[in-house]
Design a protein around this ligand. Structure first.
Ligand code: AFP
Length: 380
């Protein structure tokens, strides 16, 4: 792989082409799709940036499949993505968080070997108050025989993704993506109109600094989730308290934690038995990215990337971010440990060593490693 220095200017196009060369068998279809998505992201960024100026704010009367009120920018972003990718001959079908069923490729366009699943504008209820929003996408390979994509193609576990990414429309617009060779971030240079490589090979810290969770659900959580949150906050005396930061816009919360280290949690609660977030449009693509950056993601029992989806708009509880913090969730929610004291009893400050990318069981850290982590936490 080409080594880029901090001063070399690398456009996303150049980077995608360089990555493609690592696969001699590649046909260029995935590269073309990623480039089309980058173009869609620039178009959406443009709309988001001028949202306060144009008369496109506020909710429409439409309701999406989740029963939530759609914002006008959701509708626009959805259309922009579909139009940017439907004609390139790379896709056989699409699915969007904003649409009830599979989105077919128009009959006059050629079908390709990939399926795209996306959330066009996540966190859109925040648009009116100028809080960052984002786009999330996931690409899987077609597995059925016909030329058109079918439900079976869409309902694949996240580990089969060939690419995933997100775009954050914040103080600057950033696109972060992976094709399974690390997670790489690009910042949009508005004067050039190009995404430039700004965060090559992102690595997320093993132990998180931030905890992102909506506390207003506290009384609706199961007791084991309440205990887990007490542990993260250092209230049970078993770890340094994490800093709470919650934007309420998944991409913004995830992005901060990916770079700074931390855990985003959206547990199930009494009202939402499967949580709120969607497996295919939100949890799976972000799980692919976080694992590529050295982090992890679980629903509390199972690795997110191993969950077999059964429906397009399936929801899942989500604990995603720094590996040791995600391990604490898995350990406490699956009943292996009831509280943080049990975690430290197995030789951890909420920290388990990673054997490899995702294998379980994990080995407890040795005493020297625990001392190093405690030392590091003290200095943070
Ligand atoms: P909206 O798209 O309706 O704003 O929902 C955003 C979101 O799906 C995700 O981005 C947030 O993390 C989460 O919901 C916030 O949900 P709560 O308001 O229940 O905390």
């Amino acid at each position: 792989m080409v080594k880029h220095t901090a001063t070399s200017v690398v456009t996303i196009e150049r980077f995608i082409i360089e990555q493609e060369k690592l696969h001699p068998e590649a046909t260029g279809e995935l590269s073309g799709l990623l480039y089309d998505l980058a173009l869609a992201a620039k178009m959406i960024a443009n709309k988001v940036r001028s949202a306060g100026l144009a008369d496109i704010l506020g909710a429409t009367d439409l309701e999406n499949i989740q029963g939530e009120t759609q914002q006008k920018l959701d509708v626009l972003a959805n259309e922009i993505i579909i139009k940017a990718v439907d004609h390139g001959g790379r896709l056989c079908a699409m699915a969007s968080e904003e649409e009830p069923g599979i989105i077919d490729i128009p009959p006059h366009f050629r079908c390709g070997k990939y399926c795209l699943l996306f959330d066009p504008l996540d966190g859109s209820s925040n648009i009116d108050v100028n809080v960052p929003v984002g786009t999330i996408f996931s690409v899987v390979r077609k597995i059925t025989r016909g030329s058109r994509g079918e439900m079976e193609d869409m309902l694949q576990p996240g580990r089969r993704q060939v690419a995933a990414g997100y775009v954050i429309y914040g103080s600057s617009t950033m696109l972060v993506y992976t094709t399974g060779q690390g997670a790489h971030g690009f910042t949009l240079d508005p004067s050039l109109g190009e995404f430039l490589l700004s965060h090559p090979n992102i690595r997320t810290p093993d132990v998180g600094r931030y905890l992102s969770v909506n506390d207003s659900y506290h009384s609706q959580w199961e007791p084991n989730v309440q205990n887990l949150m007490r542990y993260y906050r250092g209230q049970d005396g078993n770890r340094q308290p994490m800093n709470t930061r919650y934007v309420g816009s998944l991409v913004a919360d995830f992005h901060r934690n990916l770079l700074g280290g931390g855990l985003f949690a959206y547990p199930a609660n009494r009202k939402n038995k499967r949580g709120k977030l969607r497996l295919l449009y939100e949890a799976s693509p972000l799980a692919f990215i976080v694992e590529q950056a050295g982090g992890a993601a679980t629903d509390g029992h199972e690795r997110i990337l191993d969950i077999q989806p059964t429906e397009l708009h399936q929801r899942t509880p989500l604990f995603i971010g720094s590996t040791n913090d995600v391990d604490a969730a898995r350990t406490m929610l699956s009943g292996v440990a009831k509280d943080g004291s049990a975690l430290s009893a197995v030789g951890s400050v909420g920290a388990y060593a990673r054997c490899s990318a995702h294998d379980v069981p994990r080995t407890p850290l040795d005493d020297a490693a625990v001392r190093r982590i405690r030392q590091r936490e003290k200095h943070e």
